[in-house]
Design a protein around this ligand. Structure first.
Ligand SMILES: [Zn+2]
Length: 292
């Protein structure tokens, strides 16, 4: 038998996660380990079910519960239950919201800044990749099916590719200079009239509410693709991740945003540049074929 003192003196470290994150990661982690079972919905599953999953997640993924049991060598249910109880107590202490259902979580905060939400997504993807790899490792150790392990590994590899792409996108320099002179980073976003209404879009929030006329100016050129006059938003916008002085132009099919470093004046967008952007954002051959 274990001695109570031995268990109770070891500190349990739990992460500082808000309810939404702990619930989401728990459910994701559970899903990766139970690919053959019906998935659990983190918004609607009964709270006691989710809470049980969270406590198991804390034991097996976020604490050294398994390692301590292995170190103990012999099968000792008393030690195991004591440790589980200790983790449960630590969990209720750290996350008082476990006692009552904290859902629904309400709208996500901080999503309005485009690049910030991308950085957040990147962090989420890293979490998902780690969960997949850890689930695969667990299955290998416990003699899980090869197919199951291979599925987890190939999903982890796909996500790793996405992570690399997003990381490269987010960490590119904002501005610099080359043989042609100084340059600032810009972003082009082509909108698809089939999936979304063709209209002006200045990164003005998810609702895409039109800006009042006094906050925009017509720049005197017309888009060769959607034929809408090009409009510039008068004020800078903040895209997050340090891009806090960004000028935005829009027609109905394209949004162009350019970072403006302090002390710089961006040259006005010319028709030739717009033509180039339109060409650059034409859907590829493959997309065309898929659509027809
Ligand atoms: Zn256009």
């Amino acid at each position: 038998m274990f001695s109570a003192a031995e268990v109770m003196t070891t500190e349990i470290q739990l992460p500082d996660w808000p309810p939404r994150r702990l619930v989401t990661e728990t459910v994701l982690s559970w899903g990766f380990r139970h690919l053959d079972e019906e998935s659990i919905d983190c918004d609607s599953a009964p709270w006691p079910v989710i809470r049980g999953m969270i406590l198991a997640f804390l034991r097996h993924q976020l604490t050294d519960f398994d390692a301590r049991l292995r170190a103990r060598c012999e099968h000792d249910p008393g030690f195991r239950d004591g440790l589980a109880q200790q983790i449960e107590q630590a969990a209720y202490h750290k996350y008082p919201w476990l006692a009552a259902d904290p859902r629904p979580f309400g709208p996500k905060s901080g999503d309005s800044l485009f690049l910030d939400s991308m950085a957040k997504r990147l962090a989420d993807l890293r979490g998902i990749r780690d969960q997949l790899l850890s689930a695969a490792k667990h299955l290998r150790r416990t003699g899980g099916s090869r197919d199951h392990i291979a599925t987890l590994q190939s999903e982890a590899a796909d996500i790793a590719k996405q992570i690399d792409g997003m990381y490269a996108f987010l960490t590119k320099p904002k501005a610099g200079s080359n043989a042609d002179g100084e340059w600032a980073r810009s972003f082009m976003h082509r909108r698809d009239g089939q999936r979304r209404k063709w209209e002006y879009d200045f990164y003005s929030g998810e609702l895409g509410e039109p800006l009042p006329p006094n906050r925009i100016e017509y720049v005197g050129i017309q888009c060769p693709r959607c034929h809408a006059p090009v409009v510039r938003r008068k004020q800078f916008i903040d895209l997050g991740q340090g891009y806090n002085r960004v000028s935005v132009w829009s027609c109905h099919c394209l949004t162009y945003a350019a970072h403006q470093a302090y002390g710089w004046r961006l040259a006005p967008v010319t028709f030739e540049e717009l033509e180039e952007m339109v060409q650059h954002t034409e859907p590829s051959e493959r997309e065309n074929r898929a659509r027809s």
